[in-house]
Design a protein around this ligand. Sequence first.
Ligand code: OOB
Length: 550
Amino acid sequence: MLQETAQDLSVDAPTWPETFRARYVREGFWQAETFSGMLDRIADRHAGKTALIESGRHVTYEDLRRRAGALAAGLRRLGLQKGDRAVVQMPNGVAFVEVVFALLRLGVVPVLALPSHRHIEIGRFLDFTEARAYFIADRAGGFDYRALARELLPGLPALRHVIVDGEAEAFTALSGLVEDAGIDDAAQPEDVAVFQISGGTTGVPKLIPRRHNEYLYNIRTAAAASGMAEDTVYLCALPVAHNFPFACPGIMGTFVSGGTVVIAPDPDPRTAFALIEAHGVTITSLVPPLALLWMEAAGAPDADISSLRTLQVGGAKLSEEAARRVRPRLGCGLQQVFGMAEGLICYTGLDDDEETIVTTQGRPMSPADEIRVVDAEGRDVAPGEPGELLTRGPYTIRGYYKIPEHNEKAFTPDGFYRTGDIVRLTPAGYLVLSGREKDQINRGGEKLSPEEVENLLLAHGDVHDAAVVGLPDETLGERICAFVIPRTGGLKPLALIRHLKARGLAAFKMPDQFVFIERFPETGVGKVSKKDLRERLKQLHLSAGLDNGD
Ligand code: OOB
């Protein structure tokens, strides 16, 4: 039989130099396994065990393996083949997991989009990867994804199939694609398995190629660091496609451990607490604003969440004060997680002392993770001093997909990823996040590039200039403020909100606040000084407070 066409993403998806590859294989970090191989292995061992629970429906490991294989066969019949790309934008549910495993078996690379992405992001992913298929649910969270697909289709000649879970209308129904028999695994361990999505510092989000062998290493190591085992019951409350609930250790970490995943449709504490009680959930992961919300809601007489042993919090900084409240309020241990879709994951240890757990963001999970903390000139700072975190290792990418010019800036010549995060190291080797160097806003764990929003604002005829900044916010960590120099006197925030929505901006990137201003403060070299803008707003608030003056 002819060999399947090899995946040819080698130029576009940079990989590790041979010396590193050899070392990571030799030292046992990378194993010759694919995602499908992993699922087969676990299903052989735990065939009748529940892998997934969604609204009371139990799916065993054997079911999951069979369904994914049968769907892979249907997708192959449709014409999808190894090396193709597909954008997957589905809500939390069993269907998402089946689709992803099916694509992984076929060797089709899913772009793991979030349900909150809209025209701009999805259009970009489909276009940039020349995706052949787009997987959606009919409706979710009050949004009709078929309408989005209809809008996007005309501009995308490579897109052949829109595959819908639910009412497909003129598109292809997911339910009609399941064949009687499965197919062989077409993937190789060094192939790109999925594209994760970066928060983005310039323009639009970038695509992160994650390979079977290194991503599985990431998943196994994360599962071990989180104490996952066969008795683990993981609640997936965050959007499942994100690297944190997907692989750190999240659903995939639960699968490699032979545990059970409970899928929550949303992270609301009422929904989540009921699921925790019903299924004896032992571990879950949240972003800080949700952890705050859960702590507020806990203690209600009808919520028994005593099965919960570990709450992982990451994605944005959890304040020390909030961290201290986790155990007393929720009755479980806290594990801080500092990670990034590009790779590096840090955890506080389950047995660490309370001070370490509440005051640090953990330490790198792999003995092969290399980290440097450097000053503006790229020199190592003195121990304990703050600086930018650089990292390299067996699961940290060596470059984004198809953007060589950007990769030159985002990585050092010797392959360290410039995280843009400002950290200091404690004597015990734990990281404490103290700020950010990159031009990015982190709104409660959801990342956006100010530049992207600025460019859209500038496309409005009544906007002369725009500068978007993050402002401190007690719940979200940061909220989004757009400073706008209008061309005309009558410009209102509502008009700008409508404009941004019409352009297809995702809701989480919408400015929380607009401030109209005559001119921007400038830095010494004539650039807009975002620092002064933030300062000015603080002053405005102070004087507004004084004006109210009671
Ligand atoms: C996770 O991944 P991304 O790719 O959405 O965002 C990464 C960035 C980091 O560079 C850092 O700026 C920020 O998010 N971040 C944190 C943090 N965890 C992530 N900042 C402060 N404290 C933390 N604990 O956000 C992500 C990926 C895997 C696991 C967990 C989070």
